[in-house]
Write a protein that binds this ligand. Structure first.
Ligand code: FE2
Length: 212
């Protein structure tokens, strides 16, 4: 059941990515790379489900006006009990903003390098494939990684910051590209955020929270 559900989520994600690539100003080359990499995944169905409070509180069915985001959210809600959800960035214990963040943020790795996360169902050294759930009024502080990353907003909304750009509000169906090493942050207001993220390069690179 898990492998089939993961495959289905991945197929719906490819449909959503392709539709997003057709939009003006979209990062088409990176989206094409992501779709090709996701298409090469083989799911094993070995993930061990783990629940997380943020998922239980904030991953809910909603009637979204965006058809591809709506389909993805429905499939994710259905698959969520079979997913190994992980709390966010455990390496920053004792830092108040990170503790507040970790209490209300969860992600899952449907694909990635072996040992990258407990829930990797498809092992890949080329692509990381995640869904994230971020509660309302939560800030994911500035962070960076060498991996080139694409985000897709599935449900809710969030303010997004890329590099030195101002905060921009993002909605279901929006795509956000983080280039290699680009500092970025996301903060929610009155709604939780459900998002999909794909790492398309350097997937063994670490993530660092940027304090300076
Ligand atoms: Fe990132």
């Amino acid at each position: 059941m898990t492998a089939a559900s993961y495959r289905s989520l991945t197929e719906l994600s490819a449909i959503a990515w392709r539709a997003a690539a057709a939009q003006p100003f979209s990062p088409r080359a990176e989206i094409e790379t992501a779709v090709n990499l996701l298409g090469g995944l083989t799911f094993t169905g070995q993930a061990l489900p783990t629940s997380h409070g943020a998922v239980e509180r904030y991953l809910k069915p909603r009637d979204l006006r965006h058809p591809h985001a709506n389909a993805l959210l429905g499939a994710l809600v259905e698959t969520a009990p079979a997913i190994d959800w992980i709390g966010g960035q455990s390496g920053y214990g004792g830092e108040p903003d990170m503790q507040a963040f970790c209490a209300n943020y969860a992600f899952c790795a449907l694909a990635g390098p072996a040992g990258w996360a407990r829930g990797c169902s498809a092992v890949s050294d080329k692509v990381g494939f995640n869904f994230t759930v971020q509660g309302p009024n939560v800030t994911y502080p500035d962070h960076a990684h060498k991996a080139i990353e694409l985000y897709y907003v599935v449900s809710g909304k969030a303010l997004w910051k890329r590099g030195g750009e101002p905060w921009v509000e993002r909605y279901p169906g929006d795509v956000i590209l983080h280039t290699a090493g680009m500092r970025h942050a996301m903060k929610t207001t009155d709604e939780p955020l459900v998002a999909m993220a794909v790492w398309i390069s350097d997937i063994n690179s670490g993530l660092v929270v940027v304090r300076a």
